[in-house]
Design a binder for this molecule. Sequence first.
Ligand code: ADP
Ligand code: MG
Length: 561
Amino acid sequence: MKRLRATLDRIDRKGYGAYKDLQGSYDFDEFSLTIDKVQRDPFAPPSLIRIRTKDNRFDPALFGNPARRMAFEDFLTRCVDRAVRRVVRGNRGSGGSGQVEIQRPTQVVLPRTSMVAEDDHIEARMAVGLPARGRTVDARAAKTVLLDELPKVVGAALVPVGVDEEAARWHIETVEDAEHLRGMLSELGLVAFVADGAILPRESGASDRPLRDGAVPFESPEELRVSVDLPNQGRVTGMGIPEGVTLIAGGGFHGKSTLLEALSWGVYDHLPGDGRELVVAREDAVKIRAEDGRSVAGVDISGSIGELPGGKSTENFSTPNASGSTSQAANIAEALEIGTSLLLVDEDTSATNFMIRDERMRELVKMEPISPFIDLVRPLHRASGVSTIVVVGGVGDYLDVADRVILMENYEPHDATERAREVRERFPTPATSEKEMPPPRKRRVRASSIDLRRGKRETARGRGLHTIELGRERVDLAYVEQLAESGQTEAIARIIGEFAGSRGDGEVKRIATAALASISKNGLDSLGNFRGHPGEMSLPRPQEIAAAINRIRSLKASATG
Ligand code: ADP
Ligand code: MG
């Protein structure tokens, strides 16, 4: 601490580059501060620091198993984030002077690189904008940030006296219950569960927080209600959605999409107060949508689309510009390729001609290569064990293929399976022409088709939530709907970077699972070469890793076996 003060006094008012002298570790009373990487100027990305406490005096039960440890680390990241907002004034000069940051957590709880809780210490990885006056060192402001504000943050967020242990326990137990519940789904023959009392609607289209005013809590229809025993909360009841084909029907604006959305986020754990703490789906569930304009590389979409005009093959389908229906077909084939047991489909975001074709069109248009999804959902379940939950407002034909119908009325779900049967008998439709849907043919993607060069450097990095920069290419992930936070995007970018560097080729599934196996062994920290600390990463699912690889425009693939 004395040494830090002395160095700051020495470099005061010098050119900003003098801050480089700060690199190193410093001993404080309760913790050590390591300045890993010093920014080039006040406007550059902030400097990277680590704070490590000298012991870990929290109740060991808070981090006694891997799920708890992960949740505890998530909790501490949120504590630091809150403490920073309270304690740090920020804005102490030009550029990012005086700003202190930790990875910004979202409504989901994920393994992240921002925090490590070990048995004998806690380490927070953060970023600090070292203060400048113009482009010179402002030592006085730097002292305030590093010697006054940072210790206050530590006192409020990383040691037991500052932290509300009851809240921590609640956080951890909530996550543990959700994981347990998700783990039970298979055994119960369910693909998803929505607890009674859950709050599904969000604050707005732009916010993932719960709707505050007028949210109608979820209440399961009697017919679908199941009760489960959770390790912390004990007995909980809610709606269980069984395997098979489930329809969510209802009038416009009655909460159909909101329910499906909540299910699609059910692959992740949520923090207490989110409203969706006990809304879970199979961990490999994939939301499928149309995405016209995306590129596709050698994907077998022949299961849903026959021969295209000009004799274009659909067993090895490539295009720089997919249509609504071919993109949706590719999204499904790729989901099956990486592995999924549950598809979530919303009419709102689907291509109409992919969903359905009515009798008149079947008569008029003879040369239709598309087998509508309605002909595939049942075979998909029968042959591959893949369940589907589909939201429909307009297309009644889906009643024919549904095992179960959930009718949304004023945000209240009803079991309308019986009613649907009656309707079906009164208004019969021609039998659907079910079609077998074999799993897509295997393919290998080529690492050499990914070019990381950008000028003299090689880049593979995340740019916010929805973009990955690979060399000169920007991979667009705007329609990858289950990407939860930018830390996942960053991690995926580094995984792709490593694959591109390997110069080999491989199946997308193998690339993703190998990367995740290595992460589970060596930690997220092991991803990529970084100076100092690994920055801001969160754990992605294999499904999103695959989705990103599959959207690389330069990607080339070849068939195997
Ligand atoms: P649909 O897909 O049936 O047309 P949405 O799911 O888009 O309907 O919901 C319509 C509106 O109702 C949205 O603004 C949503 O936030 C709101 N909403 C959905 N569920 C609830 C609920 N349980 N309580 C209050 N508002 C809700
Ligand atoms: Mg809708």
